[in-house]
Ligand binder design. Structure first.
Ligand code: DI6
Ligand code: FE
Length: 400
């Protein structure tokens, strides 16, 4: 572990105080010891022993917690550029899925792709996120829909974490789509839940996810997956109310889910249920944009009821081929009228919460020293630019 150091002449967006936007600290210093933040504050309050540490001068740059992409499907084979063309000619996302395209076509490609090739493609995607200051990424399975391929995807996700300086949280998403020719109930009971149990036994699962939708699974089926997760002691999250309202958000809230994701069609009662369960609403503007959805998530209701909002890429080959967290933040503001402060909280503090991680996502003593240092004057610039990457330096686990 490297020696204690002090980073000085920073403007810090701490995100530490949930009430006050960015939690800005002018002329700030931040000390790192053993991979953690040991002190942060205005330089004029710097304790003498910390002021004596070897110092890096950041010349007034902005420091934020390193970004967190809390919802991705970035391990997958193939791509779906052809469906993009079909959608431009008028086919809808749901029509393509029902005609045997969509998720199940990526399933075929992912089954056919070997572990090394899947890893190589995933690393290219992860490298793009790292270049934007991301230090924690969530990666889902869900393009296997059989025992071997679901576990293969999760092993690749774990290998990503050993191959790059990044933390990976995995989600088992066996309940993503009904495999071609299968019966949904039989698939859940005979394939999905046994694969979850096996993946958990290999230490491959941090959380359990599902797709609750007319083109995927209903609440009774997802409930069985959630009960299996509960029996294994695993937290749950859910793709809920993305294309219609069929009760997924209420189910997620009932199970105390870490998050309900997409939630475009969530009702006011759904929002209140999330507020009571303390779940995060994960806002995914890339999917909204790519499938030209028109129903916006109820941002104002989330605000009013105090539901924390995260923002993520949903990086996947079908509904959201979006490889930029910064662009997701921009879209959350422009498409959904989130504020730039909400967008940044959405890729730091609230994204950490959506993954059940309490040791990151804010700048405070004791937190992991996962930092992003930016060439910007004000934090709103992070959401304002479109396809602009102002990262100066990313720090992972205190390594400068
Ligand atoms: N909702 C999504 O947006 C992704 N999965 C899901 O359940 C889409 C995945 C895909 O189209 O491949
Ligand atoms: Fe998704």
């Amino acid at each position: 572990m490297s020696e204690p150091i002090l980073l000085n002449r920073l403007t810090a967006a701490t995100l530490a105080d949930t009430a006050s936007g960015y939690g800005l600290l002018a002329n700030a210093g931040l000390a790192i010891e053993s991979g953690r933040i040991s002190w942060i504050g205005p330089m004029q309050d710097c304790p003498v022993d910390i002021a004596k540490l070897p110092t890096h001068d950041f010349e007034g740059r902005l420091v934020t917690p390193a970004l967190i992409d809390c919802h991705t499907h970035l391990v997958h084979g193939g791509n779906r550029a052809q469906e993009f063309e079909m959608r431009l000619e008028g086919a809808s996302y749901e029509e393509i899925a029902r005609a045997g395209g969509g998720i199940v076509s990526t399933v075929t490609a992912t089954r056919e792709t070997g572990e090394n090739d899947l890893l190589a493609a995933a690393l290219r995607r992860v490298d793009a996120l790292i270049a934007e200051g991301v230090a924690t990424v969530e990666i889902k399975s869900g393009y296997g829909l059989d025992h071997d391929t679901e576990l293969k995807m999760l092993r690749v996700a774990r290998t990503v974490a050993r191959s790059r300086p990044i933390h990976v949280s995995t989600s088992f998403l066996g309940a993503h789509a009904v495999p071609a020719g299968a019966n949904a109930d039989t698939y859940i009971d005979d394939v999905c839940i046994p694969a979850l149990t096996a993946a958990h036994a290999e230490g491959l699962v941090d959380a359990v996810d599902g797709f609750c939708e007319g083109i995927a699974f209903d609440t009774a089926q997802i409930r069985r997956v959630f009960e299996a997760a509960r029996a294994l002691g695993l937290p749950v999250k859910l793709h809920a109310e993305q294309l219609s309202n069929i009760g997924g958000t209420a189910l997620a809230a009932e199970f105390g889910a870490l998050s309900a994701d997409h939630v475009e069609y969530a009702s006011d009662a759904d929002v209140q249920a999330l507020a009571r369960s303390g779940s995060v609403a994960v806002i995914l503007p890339g999917a909204f944009y790519a499938i030209r959805e028109e129903q916006r998530p109820p941002i104002e209701a989330f605000r009013k009821h105090g539901v924390p909002m995260a923002v993520a890429t949903d990086w996947n080959p079908g509904s959201s081929p979006l490889g930029s967290v910064l662009l997701a933040m921009n879209m959350a503001c422009t498409l959904f009228r989130m504020t730039p402060a909400e967008a940044l909280a959405g890729t730091t503090r609230n994204a950490a919460r959506a993954l059940g991680l309490s040791d990151r996502g804010t700048l405070a003593a004791g937190q992991r020293a996962d930092l992003a240092i930016w060439d910007v004057n004000v934090p709103a610039e992070l959401s304002y630019g479109i396809g602009i990457n102002p990262l100066h330096k990313r720090i992972f686990g205190g390594v400068v």
